[in-house]
Design a protein around this ligand. Structure first.
Ligand code: ATP
Ligand code: MG
Length: 445
């Protein structure tokens, strides 16, 4: 092999079928259909990116991307079930029911200013320059993500040393790491996400540059950062991702209050509630259950929320109102870094605000709280808090019993009186439709 530190110049290495483990059996039949159709029409057709990497690792890719020398319009002409998407870069989506095969035309480097590429302050804002397969490989992020599986002879084409890097389980940026991160700071997040997901190491140069350039991450579009955050935390490796984020100093840029809470404990250890929330998310995903990012974010931003809440209360704001203000402050501060849609910030705020109600509820009020649509999440959150604060264990026991029907059963007579002065009309309507619902355990809404 050539000098591994420097950017290897494109030198096609063709790894024939018998020297790699990729079998067509592990490729989605729809992806194969697309590849064969392109080939039969005379175009180059390759599986590319994460799918090739994962196939080499013996895994089962969740999506299959195809690269070709056919233009998007030429691809569209071949498939009835094809639509063209994308503003920044035109892509073809070939749609088979729930499965979408993304077909991209080789992209060029074309940064000589001649094409349609626009670079502002070193940041690529739009590019639509078609190129060769070599150029397409070079503008990808990691060598392990730049391998091409050719349908014509079932070989793997490697222009950047990715085959060896997959074997060594190493994430190595193609080209100069600092320059590649400056072009697109999200690549730093991709590095830690893929390291966590694949159990790869990050090559020294790519790792060192993250520390230097981590502050650039906030220059990426907040919406894109939010998408990447979802991938980090909902990809089944939330706990590992968090450890990588922390170690790489990226957490300080993205979730500063969360980073501070971890650093306050010496840096190596996260608050137990965060660890449990992250591991719980991974476990639920492994079991095929649904997860909500709102709950996880509520745990990660809890130190910030508590801090803001204490400040409001100190200013004389009433406890519940202080929660709303505190949540508002935390969400606003956070939104300047990562966009947080209301469908996430709202339930997060509710879970926080319900904590005070769980703590102060009289037996009489318990039944009403049990019927709150967000009760279950608030209870689960209380359980997490008790991991760091043993004084809350008694309260957890109370609410555990309450759900089982024992404790508030005695109070359920009072609950109907409570219902009469119910605050939200929505709740009143539900009580009318489902009499007796107040005493029943809250559903897992
Ligand atoms: P995953 O398994 O999580 O999907 P992936 O590597 O397939 O990982 P995608 O976001 O699906 O990630 O991207 C597909 C491919 O596109 C990557 O493998 C890489 O070659 C290329 N790519 C994605 N994002 C970037 C980026 N920011 N810069 C350069 N290349 C990228
Ligand atoms: Mg992918």
């Amino acid at each position: 092999m050539t000098e591994p530190q420097k950017r290897p110049m494109p030198q096609a290495r063709v790894i024939p079928r018998e020297q790699h483990g990729i079998s067509r059996r592990n490729i989605s039949p729809n992806a194969l259909r697309v590849l064969y159709r392109l080939k039969e029409a005379g175009y180059g057709a390759y599986l590319v990116g994460g799918a090739v990497r994962d196939l080499l690792l013996g895994g089962h890719p969740k999506d299959f991307d195809v690269a070709t020398d056919a233009t998007p319009e030429q691809v569209k002409a071949l498939f009835r079930n094809c639509r063209l998407i994308g503003r920044r870069f035109r892509l073809a989506h070939v749609v088979y029911g729930p499965e979408i095969i993304e077909v991209a035309t080789f992209r060029g480097l074309g940064d000589d200013g001649s094409g349609d590429r626009h670079v502002v302050d070193g940041l690529i804002v739009r590019d639509n320059v078609y190129g060769t397969i070599e150029e397409d490989a070079l503008r990808r992020d990691f060598t392990a993500n730049a391998l091409y599986y050719a349908i014509e002879d079932f070989s793997v084409r490697d222009y950047v040393g990715g085959f060896e890097d997959v074997r060594q389980r190493t994430l190595r940026l193609i080209g100069d790491p600092a320059q590649r991160y400056r072009e697109d700071p999200v690549r730093m997040l991709r590095a830690v996400r893929l390291a966590a997901k694949l159990g790869f190491r990050i090559d020294d140069a790519a790792w060192a540059a993250i520390f230097e350039l981590a502050p650039l991450i906030v220059e990426a579009a907040p919406a894109r950062l939010f998408d990447e955050m979802l991938k980090l935390f909902l990809g089944g490796h939330a706990y590992e991702s968090m450890r990588w984020l922390e170690a790489s100093s990226l957490l300080r840029e993205l979730l500063p209050s969360t980073a501070a809470a971890i650093e306050a404990r010496g840096g190596d250890e996260m608050p137990r509630m965060m660890e449990a929330a992250l591991k719980g998310t991974d476990l639920r995903l492994a079991e095929g259950k649904s997860v909500t990012p709102a709950f996880l974010l509520a745990a990660l931003l809890w130190p910030a929320a508590q801090h803001a809440h204490a400040a409001e209360v100190a200013r004389g704001v009433e406890v519940q109102a202080a929660w709303l203000r505190a949540a508002d402050k935390v969400v606003r501060e956070q939104a300047s870094r990562i966009a947080m849609p209301r469908r996430f910030s709202l339930p997060m705020t509710e879970v926080w605000a319900l904590q005070a109600r769980l703590e102060s509820a009289t037996r009489k009020r318990a039944a009403r709280l049990l019927a709150h649509p967000r009760f279950r999440a608030a209870y689960d959150f209380l359980v997490l808090r008790a991991l760091d604060d043993p004084r809350l264990r008694e309260l957890v026991d109370f609410w555990t019993a309450a759900q089982a029907g024992s404790a508030p059963a005695a109070a359920s007579a009072d609950a109907s009186a409570d219902a009469a002065e119910a605050d939200e009309p929505k709740k009143r309507r539900r009580r009318r439709r489902r009499p007796g619902a107040a005493a029943a355990p809250a559903d897992d809404a």
